[in-house]
Design a protein around this ligand. Structure first.
Ligand code: G3P
Length: 222
């Protein structure tokens, strides 16, 4: 069985861009190498290409537009993120919601480029709907806990359990992540024990004085 994915969304935190994005990716790669865990980062678009080229860890976009290449000013296509070296992309993050039709178009665009798709969802019903679109991952994140410092693993383990069941009822092949307030190895352990394939997190690593120490703790119980 493969180890869980720990995916760090750098969002647009000032502590997660430019040199600091590079420092977090350096720490993630080092902790991944010493632990054997899979640790990925999702930087903003400006940092996507340099991080993808410089590091061996998976690098994800935070959003992708489903448009084909052509006359679409201001959009970022799946082809562009593949050419930048990305592994895949988040879709429909709580801070970047899309319509259902847009989500499907984005998943298909990523699949056409052989990139990994991670659809974010907010509860078990939307998780089931997301699973019906056949992405690689559905990432369940209760919005009220995002950035709160309160871990979904501890505050609402039932939503994780129900979402894993809802996704696997639709398709056992779709993997599940959970996120919101994840901050320790214990949070990761609980999430995995509830049936997920990993976690999606941000502030506990990005805003930490010592991201490497937090990353070491995150992988300590897997
Ligand atoms: O994408 C991850 C995110 O929404 C969770 O944020 O800060 O609660 O780990 P945070």
């Amino acid at each position: 069985m493969s180890l869980p994915l720990i995916l760090i969304n750098l969002k647009t935190y000032k502590e997660g861009m430019g040199p600091r994005a590079h420092a977090i990716a350096t720490a993630a790669q080092q902790v991944a190498q010493e632990s054997g865990a899979t640790i990925g980062v999702a930087p903003n678009y400006i940092d996507l290409h340099p991080l993808s080229k410089h590091f061996m860890i998976p690098v994800y976009a935070q959003h992708v537009d489903g448009s084909a290449p052509g006359a679409h000013t201001g959009q970022v296509t799946a082809e562009a993120i593949r050419m930048a070296g990305a592994t895949g992309s988040l879709i429909n993050h709580s801070e970047r919601r899309l319509t259902l039709a847009d989500i499907e178009t984005s998943v298909r665009a990523l699949q056409a480029q052989k990139l990994v798709s991670v659809i974010c969802s907010n509860n078990e019903i939307t998780s089931a709907a997301a699973a019906a679109l056949a992405p690689d991952y559905v990432a369940i994140e209760p919005p009220e806990l995002i950035g709160s410092g309160v871990s979904v693993s501890k505050a609402n383990p039932e939503i994780i359990r129900r979402s894993v069941a809802a996704v696997h009822d639709v398709s056992p092949n779709v993997k599940v992540l959970t996120g919101a307030g994840i901050q320790s190895g214990e949070c990761v352990r609980i999430a995995v024990d509830l049936g997920t394939d990993g976690v999606l997190l941000a502030s506990s690593v990005v805003k930490a004085d010592d991201p490497k120490a937090v990353l070491r703790d995150l992988v300590s119980k897997i």
